[in-house]
Each structure stands twice: as C-alpha cells, then as structure tokens.
Design a protein around this ligand. Structure first.
Ligand code: PHE
Length: 460
C-alpha cells in the first residue's frame, strides 16, 4: 500500500489553505441553513448558543481533524491506517469518505437551484412560493443545473490541490465577501430594518430549549465542515511548519463571520418587508425573493444574492468531492483526473433521485410507501431522508468516532504534539490539557447526545 508520497501536493501558503478551508466551511450551511435555524429558534438566543458550541466544542474538534490529516498526510482512510494499521477503525475513515460523496450528491442539487435563481428572475413573479415549487419540480431545469454543478466541481478538483482548489478559492472568496457586504448594506439601510436587527441580536432566553442546543451544535458542525474528513483531507496538504491552531482558528473565524453576516443581511430585510422569519428551509428560496421583489433595486440585489449563494456552495462542493477523490488518488492507481470525473459521475447517479424528488417524480417526493408515515411531520421525500441520514446522522456519528480515535487510539498526547509542531506557542501550558480532556471525554459524550436526540427526533 502506498505511503505518504514525496510528490504529494501542498497548499502554496497559509493564505491558500485558509481560503480553501474557509471556502469549504462557508456554504449553504451559513447562508441558507443558519438563518432559517436561527429564525425558527427565536433569533438572538440561538445565535449565542451557536457561538458557545462553536467555541467550546467545534473549534477544538477542528484541531483534531487537522492534526490527524497533517500527521499522516493521507485521506481519512489512509490517515487512520497510518496510525492504527489495518483494523476495524479503517471503517470509520470509510464512513467519512462515503458520507462526503453522499452529501455532495444532494448538496449539488440545492446548489443547482441557487445557480438557477441567478438566471431566473423569480422576484417578478410575486407568488414566489408557487414559482419555487414549480421550478424545483421541473426536471428540465433541475437536472441540467445539478449536472452542470457537478461538472464544474469535478473540473476544479481534477486540476489538483494548488492549481484547482486553491486557485479557485483565491478568486472566489474575495468576490464572495464583496457581494456579502453589498447585500448586507442594502438590507440594513431599508426603512424598518431595526426590528430585524433586534430579533437577531437580542437574545430572548425564554426561548432556550434542549432541542435548540442540539440544533445549534449540529449546525455548528455542518457549518465548519466537520465530521466527514474534509478537514483531515485539507489538513493533509499542510506543510509541517504550519501552525495548525492559528490556521484553523482563521477558518473558524471567517466561517462564523460570514454566518453572522448572512443573518445580518436576511433578518433586517425580512422584517422590513413584513415577512415571517420562522419560515423554515424555504426562507432563502421563497421569502427572500418576495423581499427582493418589494424593495428598491430588488431584482439586482436578488441576482447578486443567488450568485453569492452559488459561489459559496461551489467552494464547499469542491471540498466534499475532494475527500473521495483524495481517497482514490492515495489508495488506488487512478490518476487525479480519472478519480475526479469518476467520483463526479457516481455522485450524479446517486444524486439523481434527490434531484427528481421535489415533484418531478411523485414516488420520490413522498416516501410513505417505503418508510411508512412518521408520527410527526409530513411524509419525507428522498432529499429529506438522504439529508437526514448523511447530513445529520452519519456526520455526527463519524465525528464521535473520530474524536474517540484521536483521543484514545492515536492518543491525545500524540495529537497534541502534532498541534504543537510548527509553533511552540500554540496550545500553551494551560490550553493543552484542556484540549486533551475535551477531545477524550467531553467531545464524544456531547456528540453522542446529539446523535441520540437527532435520531429520536428524526424517526418520531
Ligand atoms: N460547511 C459547508 C456549508 O456550510 C457544508 C459542508 C459540510 C462541506 C461538510 C463539507 C463538509 O455549507
């Protein structure tokens, strides 16, 4: 079996890594999922709890993934094998790799909708709810958009770590930031925006519940691209002299900043236009077009917004595909080019049912014939089921197992050594032991709690 090859690619600089990893972290999770979760959960209180989860659990765990990747210089399966040899633990790496491809398959469907919204002026339609439903049910729109997104992503991944992933992140991330500033500025200067700011920024603690904490932690995970080996893979392209703690912290800060700003652009606009913030997943695709339709310069801002969403989803999609591709490149004789196009093709086949599940094929939209009626909520479609199984359950399960692996099998002390490599000041005398305890005890326990609650909630 191949071992760290001398010709393995590396990021060209810290900036290259930070932009690529932030590109992975910043995606639909920040702009579509975070605002609707905050809106559903009462605004400010959710935001505060989200920040606490991020700081106390997700960032320490991010360091663990980066350390594992950089130490082994391998994909998730190879990383585990490099440390533990052939063992059942390799299956955890396998779970990461498969989860990446599965999430990618439906992430690309939703990303395709965002691309479609750039070209279709839905703000003029007035009844955006109906327009959205019609749009995502139309296979002639949805399938080409989905396929096109896959082709673009595979094209970048095929070009390699530096020439593909890093180069595109360097071009797209600044564009993303400028677009975000423009839209947020338009939103907060609307008359009546203050109520939205208040909802978003003033925590109302009477809203706090156990489930909300679980939702916030799950969201923090998804948003930082944790639990499926993305950060192991991106960490494996880091040179030994890089300070993992500093580089990882930058990624977390950018990701959080963009999520917070996404709320800042959405809630003032929603309140100023008299819409409901607790609209759930349709907040971005249905409520916002109405908001854009009613505001000055709306259709221009709307186009910018969906362009912004599509770019953010693109750099995340690249990282989702890269996990599987790095596995194929390390562990098989395939070239990167073949691996990227092959993995993209597989994602197309497994994602097609999700793409067609929004009304195009009724048997896929309502799976009650297969899974029975749930006790709560409407019968799920393929996209909901796949998102729940891979985006919630598998993600959290592999994060729990990975933290046990790093804390106990690899050993937290060795991981800590890896974190300290490259800069003696990282993880000082006090922070080190706290991190060690977190990764060994607090983290697995917390994640398993989330998993159990998630399962109960999803199945009931
Ligand atoms: N973090 C990405 C987002 O916020 C999604 C993602 C999850 C990407 C897991 C890679 C791995 O949209």
């Amino acid at each position: 079996m191949a071992f760290p090859s001398p010709e393995r690619e590396q990021w060209s600089s810290r900036l290259g890594f930070v932009l690529a990893a932030a590109g992975s972290a910043i995606g639909l999770g920040n702009i579509w999922r975070f605002p609707f979760k905050a809106g559903d959960n009462g605004g400010g209180a959710f935001v505060l709890i989200y920040l606490a989860c991020l700081l106390l659990l997700c960032v320490p765990y991010l360091f663990a993934e980066l350390a594992l990747g950089r130490n082994s210089k391998r994909n998730p399966v190879g990383a585990i094998r490099a440390i533990r040899g052939h063992s059942l633990w390799s299956l955890v790496g396998g779970l990461c790799v498969v989860t990446g491809l599965a999430i990618f398959s439906y992430y690309a469907v939703v990303a395709g909708w965002a691309v479609g919204y750039v070209f279709r002026d839905l703000t003029a339609a007035g009844a955006s709810g109906a327009a959205f439903a019609q749009f995502i049910a139309d296979p002639l729109w949805v399938v080409p958009l989905f396929g096109g997104f896959l082709v673009a992503t595979a094209g970048v991944v095929a070009q390699g770590v530096r020439r593909g992933i890093e180069r595109w992140a360097k071009i797209l991330m600044p564009v993303l930031f400028v677009l975000l500033c423009l839209i947020a500025f338009r939103a907060v200067t609307l008359p009546g925006a203050g109520a939205g700011l208040e909802f978003y920024l003033t925590p109302d603690f009477s809203q706090v519940s156990g489930l909300m904490v679980v939702e916030a932690l799950g969201q923090a995970f998804f948003s930082l691209s944790l639990g499926m080996g993305t950060m192991i893979t991106y960490g494996s392209y880091l040179p030994d002299d890089e300070n993992l703690v500093v580089a990882g912290s930058y990624v977390a800060v950018f990701d959080t900043l963009i999520a917070l700003m996404a709320g800042l652009m959405i809630f003032p606009a929603v309140f100023a236009m008299g819409q409901n913030p607790a609209e759930g997943p349709s907040l971005v695709f249905v409520v916002l077009p109405d908001v854009f339709g009613a505001m000055p310069l709306g259709s221009f801002v709307g186009t910018l917004f969906f362009l912004f969403l599509a770019i953010a989803a693109f750099t995340s999609g690249i990282s989702l595909l890269e996990v599987f591709v790095s596995y194929l490149v390390d562990e098989t004789a395939w070239s990167r080019r073949t691996a990227a196009w092959g993995a993209g093709g597989v994602a197309f086949v497994i994602g097609l049912p999700s793409a067609l599940s929004q009304g195009a094929v009724p048997a896929l939209s309502d799976l009650s014939w297969l899974v029975g009626d749930r006790l709560l909520g409407p019968a799920p479609g393929v996209l909901d089921v796949v998102d729940f199984l891979w985006g919630s359950v598998a993600l959290v399960l592999s994060a729990a197992l990975l933290s046990v692996f790093v804390g106990w099998v690899w050993d937290a002390d060795d991981a800590l050594d890896e974190l300290r490599t490259g800069d003696g000041h990282a993880m000082g005398r006090w922070v080190g032991p706290v991190w060690r305890a977190a990764i060994k005890y607090a983290f697995p326990a917390m994640i398993l709690t989330v998993l159990v609650v998630d399962l109960l909630y999803g199945v009931l």
